[in-house]
Design a protein around this ligand. Structure first.
Ligand code: URP
Ligand code: ZN
Ligand code: ZN
Length: 474
């Protein structure tokens, strides 16, 4: 099967060039200027990309599909979630398999492999949440590298659920240091937060905005500092997930300036939403955007700080932390966000975004002049691939890479609303946002799966990816 993508501008993290791409079966086999080849003779199909960008399929390294959480389940399955990702130009996700207390790491991994198997529209890998750190699970962290799991998420938040104490965290970091794997940290001081939550509820402060008020920036930056210090002591690479507080990013920058293998991601919702505009609103609507770390107060200046950190390289990745729960009760999923009506501590944490990420980052990042086209590709595809051992198979347009390709039309335009999204969810965080640019063709390993906005792939097209060690290390 030979496909020629013709007349577009190839945009990678390193540069842009007007050139054609030849895809054979699942891979990119040649790149050349129009006029320097005659590939169309004998091609099975030709995709006209004149006036469009040809970019690598986007990679979202932080999704949660079918996750049991907050007394319910994330409403997107691997099938609906990966299909909606494809609509938005994402061709690889790395989700989180979970080892819960009393279970082995292997059991957790097998459970998640079974959920995904045969259901994904795009390629997928797994990080492992190690929720029960003990002698056995430390050994399993080493063994599971052979299955392509090279990163492990730990929680300083959620006491009694996924929380690990500093001793457990440090042991896991020592194990990662021995194996060359990466620790991913949910960095919030969950113990202090639990005190603040209890006190707030006792005072009758139960609206969604108290979710943010009981998780002030220092509960994030203290945990970021502690995580970085423990990782430095153990000698393992560390990646801080879903960073929302500027004080946390300052800690990360200091560690990087010291030469530490320390990295961080933020998510589009922290760059666009605020308590003032989206959470402290009449009724219960603010619950839609309750997540952890929390959406912060606009007046505290976190958003501009995060944007600048992305532009200058102090943050390396934009992921979504996609974890969606229906706002209104759903026939199949039942009561989700509304579980927390009258008590914000019962609102399931998380929001959707896997479909919107590439577009909103293009709009607010590139169109609004915060960074270049190349940095956009870097943040959404190339750095995620390098960070989690997928490069150059994924994350770039190069000879030998998988043909995961998005033809992106910068002249397309639309407005986000519930009718423009495709996941199993009843709202988007970007409702009413006017977008320029959109993926028009999405190719996953040489197969067109989105054509003119229509999904033309099949469930099960996506394959499990065994990942290598991080390629971002210094
Ligand atoms: O609110 C969030 N982030 N929900 C998903 C679970 C997590 O901590 O990543
Ligand atoms: Zn988390
Ligand atoms: Zn998450």
């Amino acid at each position: 099967m030979r496909t020629v993508i013709k007349g577009g501008t190839i945009v990678t993290a390193d540069g842009s060039e007007l050139a054609d791409v030849l895809v054979e079966d699942e891979s990119i086999v040649a790149i050349a200027a129009s006029g320097e080849h005659s590939w169309e003779e004998g091609a099975d199909s030709v995709i006209d990309a004149v006036g469009k960008y040809i970019i690598p399929g986007a990679i979202d390294v932080h999704t949660h599909f079918e996750l049991p959480f907050g007394g319910t389940f994330v409403s997107d399955s691997f099938e609906s979630g990966t299909r909606s990702a494809a609509h938005g130009g994402t061709t690889t996700i790395v989700d989180f398999a979970v080892q819960v207390k009393g279970e082995t790491v292997r059991e957790g991994f097998d459970n998640w492999m079974a959920k995904a198997d045969g259901n994904c529209a795009i390629d997928y890998g797994f990080h492992m949440i190690v929720g029960d750190i003990n002698e056995g699970s430390l050994k399993e962290m080493e063994a599971i590298v052979d299955d392509g799991v090279t990163s492990f998420k730990l929680f300083m938040a959620y006491p009694g659920v996924l929380y690990s104490d500093d001793g457990e965290i440090f042991r896991a970091m020592q194990q990662a240091s021995r194996d060359g794997t990466t620790i991913m940290m949910h960095a919030e001081n969950g113990i202090a937060i639990d005190v603040l939550r209890e006190q707030a509820v006792a005072r009758g402060e139960t609206d969604p905005k108290y979710h943010t008020i009981t998780r002030p920036p220092k509960t994030e930056s203290e945990a970021v500092h502690r995580a970085l210090t423990l990782a430095e002591l153990a000698g393992c690479p560390i990646y801080i997930v879903h960073m929302s507080a500027k004080e946390g990013v300052m800690e990360l920058t200091k560690a990087r300036d010291r030469g530490q293998n320390a990295f961080g991601e933020t998510c589009p919702h922290y760059l666009h939403l605020s308590v003032e505009d989206d959470i402290d609103v009449p009724g219960f609507e603010g619950a839609k955007y309750v997540c952890s770390t929390p959406i912060r107060f606009r007046e505290e200046g976190h958003q501009e700080y995060l944007w600048n950190a992305l532009a200058r390289g102090d943050l390396q990745v934009v992921s979504t932390d996609h974890a969606c729960f229906f706002y209104d009760d759903d026939e199949t999923m039942g009561r989700q966000k509304r579980l927390g009506e009258g008590n914000f501590t019962l609102i399931p944490n998380g929001l959707p975004g896997v479909e919107e990420r590439l577009n909103v980052m293009y709009q607010s990042g590139v169109v609004e002049g915060r960074f270049s086209l190349n940095r956009w590709v870097d943040l959404c595809a190339t750095s995620p691939a390098k960070m989690f051992g997928l490069y150059p198979k994924k994350g770039t347009i190069a000879v030998g890479s998988d043909a995961d390709i998005v033809v992106f039309d910068p002249n397309a335009s639309f407005t986000y609303g519930t009718d423009t999204i495709h996941g199993n969810i009843d709202y988007t965080a970007y409702d009413g946002m006017e977008i320029s640019g959109s993926p028009v063709v999405v190719m996953s390993r040489g197969k067109v799966i989105i054509d003119g906005g229509r999904y033309v792939g099949s469930k099960g097209d996506g394959r499990y990816l065994k990942r290598g060690l991080s390629q971002m290390l210094i």
